[in-house]
Structures are given as C-alpha cells and as structure tokens.
Design a protein around this ligand. Structure first.
Ligand SMILES: *Cc1c(COP(=O)(O)O)cnc(C)c1O
Length: 272
C-alpha cells in the first residue's frame, strides 16, 4: 500500500473488532478448558500508547474496562474520552463511560491525579503508596466519589525464588528487568493496610509473569499467595493476571481480570 492510499474510515474499527473477537474467543476457550464460566472474566483492554480515538472505538464496540500505565498519558486520554462522550459526537448510540484501570508503576505524587479518573489501581506495591491512596481516596469519597478498587501487585520473581521448585523454574535472575511488586514476606502487611482503609476496596492480587519463566508455574505461585490473602480477606476474590502472551495460563490459575494490550491494539512502540 502506497503512503497516499486512502484508508477507509472504518478500517481501524474493523481491525479492533476482529482482534477483540479473537481475544474473547481465546478467553472463552481457556475458561471452558478448565471448567470456568467465561462470563466471570473481566477483559481489561490495555490502551496505553494508543490514542483516545482507539479508546472511543473500543467503548463503541462494547468494551468498558480500559488499562493505562502512565498518569500523564492516561489523564489526557480520560479527559479526551469523556469530553467526546459528553458531546455525543461519536457515531451510533451513546457509549457508557469507561472504567479506567491504572496498571503501571505509580509514584505517590501522581496519586491525586490518578484518582481523578481511575476506578481501579492494579499496582499497589508498597505501604507508602497504600497510605497515599488512602488519603486521596478519603478526599474523593468526601466529594461524593467512589471507593477505589485496589489490587496488590506481587513480585513473582521473589516469590518463586523462595522455593527450590520455583528457583528451578526461574533460572538465572535478571535484576536489570524487575517487573515490580511487593515481596511475599511484606504481602500481609500491605493487604491489611489496603483492606483497612474505608476509601479503598481490596479486590485481590495482581502480578506479571517473570520473563523466561513458564507462566503456568508463575501463576500457580500467585494462586497460592492469593488463597492466603483470601483466607484473611474473603472479599478479595479477584485476581489480575494474564497478558496477550499468557492469558490462557492465567485463566487456568484463576485470573478474573485479564490485562490485554498488544493482541487487541497491535504492537506498541518499544518501551523506553
Ligand atoms: C502493558 C501491560 C499489559 C499488556 O501487555 P500486552 O502484552 O500488550 O498484552 C499488561 N499488564 C501490565 C502491567 C502492562 O504494563
């Protein structure tokens, strides 16, 4: 296709619709394979690096849950989407507003901004952040806003390193590429802190499978930690795990929230 070939206005929509169907089929088949009800799964479409126009198209295609990992980008996109929905300028019947899921590393100085648009934060990884979310969450509640859904992010590399079988699955560790999360020995204190805040709702755990590890082994470790958390906090019955490449393994391990980007929106520019 030459650069000046006109692109049909519907083509991105058609592309996204087809990719969504493919991912939803993968989810349904993964759930059925392990006897789970596919309707209990929440697909969080990770729209990071893609424009507000794509987010609007996804909403128009019936998606509600969108994931973002950087506040500056997410705040602008959320504002653009809500302005567009407010004017009713999108084609077709009006879309319901999105639920924005914040899934990236979160600095405490961004918490106020994130609480301006987010329904959920999947990356609660330290006490200092839990305390900042609590304070900003209290302010949001006082202004009539909603309780913030929280997932505590676990460092699965550290978790696997804690057992001989895990260390075998892990192979040599790559300290240059940490994927974030709290170490298992600090998990209880952090989940208790989140659960103890009236402004926050502990939904469960979140993790990213370490690179180079069988995701089945990694998510089995996560499921064990999640069961421990659930014993103390029965309401924490959700589990955020699984991305484009490993969503089947996550569903098999009990994931309820799948964070899927590239398989729906296409490849992102390389991470900086
Ligand atoms: C980007 C990202 C995803 C989506 O990953 P894909 O491989 O594009 O599906 C999921 N979770 C987190 C934490 C991310 O940063």
């Amino acid at each position: 296709m030459s650069p000046d070939t006109p692109v049909a206005p519907g083509s991105r929509r058609t592309e996204l619709a087809a990719a969504l169907t493919a991912v939803r089929t993968r989810l349904t088949e993964a759930a059925r394979a392990v006897g789970r009800d596919p309707s209990t799964l929440t697909l969080v479409v990770v729209s990071k690096f893609f424009p507000a126009a794509d987010a609007l198209t996804l909403l128009d295609l019936g998606e509600r849950d969108l994931g973002e990992s950087r506040d500056q980008e997410a705040a602008a996109k959320a504002a653009a989407v809500s302005a567009q929905l407010g004017t009713g300028a999108s084609t077709g019947p009006p879309s319901d507003p999105p639920r924005w899921h914040f899934i990236g590393q979160l600095q405490t100085n961004k918490v106020r901004s994130v609480l301006g648009y987010a329904s959920a934060v999947h990356s609660v990884d330290r006490l200092k952040l839990a305390h900042a979310l609590h304070r900003a969450g209290e302010a949001r509640l006082a202004e009539g806003g909603a309780v913030l859904d929280c997932f505590v992010q676990v460092d699965l590399e550290a978790a696997l390193a804690g057992s001989a079988a895990g260390r075998a699955a892990l192979g040599p560790r790559d300290p240059s590429a940490p994927r974030g999360g709290v170490a298992p020995d600090a998990l209880e204190e952090l989940t208790d802190a989140v659960a103890g805040s009236p402004a926050l709702r502990l939904r469960g755990l979140m993790a990213v499978a370490p690179r180079g590890v069988d995701p089945g082994a990694a998510f089995a470790e996560l499921a064990g930690l999640a069961a421990r958390v659930r014993a103390a906090h029965p309401g924490a019955d959700a589990l955020s795990a699984g991305m484009s490449g490993d969503l089947e393994a996550a569903v098999a391990a009990g994931a309820t929230h799948l964070r899927v980007g590239a398989a729906i929106l296409g490849p992102r520019p390389p991470a900086r």
